[in-house]
Design a protein around this ligand. Sequence first.
Ligand code: KG4
Length: 336
Amino acid sequence: MKILAFESSCDETAVAVVEDGRTVLSDAIASQADMHALYGGVVPEIASRKHVEAIAALMEQALKDANCTRADIDAVAVTYAPGLIGAVLVGLSFAKSVAFAWDVPLIPVHHVRGHIAANYLAFPDLEPPFLALAISGGNTLIMDVKGYTELQVLGATRDDAAGECFDKAARVLGLPYPGGAPMDALAQQSQGGVYKLPHVHVEGAELDMSFSGLKTAVVNLAHHAEQVGEPLNRAALARDFAQAVSDALVPRAMQAASLAGRKVLVAAGGVAANSVIRGDLERACERQGYRLYLPPLKLCGDNGAMIGAQGYYEYLAGHTAGMNLNAYATRDIAVG
Ligand code: KG4
């Protein structure tokens, strides 16, 4: 079954063709990151307009790269939530039109389910159940993935997402948007252990996280150094910051796996590209004897193929939608 998949929830317009949920036939992406870098973050209105400009040509490219015509496409999958509402609406409206015009099923896909499904593309042997740590610019979730379309949230951030926190901290350190990757590169120049940053703790909810205090601590530290004229060890701060984020995520993911009785752990989302977090996950899983799946870097960020992968399993579960399908800025991943 060949699925044409659309993703437009933030600042990447992406269209892919995926076969049977596991084989990527094409994966066309147009990133707007350079444009938003001028403003230090994503400007929602600009993101929506850029999606409108890019999406039709990207679909043509995805079909051409996959050596397909419209007659080869069996269904259309699309991110319908969560994300910037205007941005999601562009992809959703376009995908609806295509499904209607070509008379094929329309499959709604939750963006974070898509991030997890990126691993199905990289690892043919991976099947649920497993424990998933989904960490991106807009979401931070620890989930028990009981089946392809049956997910239970065990822990979540109470405020900022991990990626958002990386982006804000990077901005304070004078790094360009999106700041996660440059922060990671800077952090690799230091062993850290210089700056004391707060440890995340949510009273009464041991698997939940909060990143806003950590973000504020970095902002205050940098501003204080500037005010008193102290030199800031930027590489050490980047390293200590990444460690603080990792210390919030990795032990909780391990604890959740143990509570859920899972011995397989899967990472997903843009922040899963982080070298400190990847290293910590590898060591923790090795200690516990858990099998760890880390997506290749190019499948960590937003892409269309991951939506095609999850779309296939949503379709098998009977999850298709009519032309009244709406877009949502937030949406419970367990609902789908
Ligand atoms: O998954 P993604 O592309 O978009 C969302 O669905 O949100 O994630 C983007 C986020 C950004 O916040 C970006 O700074 C972060 O992933 N990111 C990283 C790294 N690479 C990207 N964060 C930490 N370390 C990285 N190496």
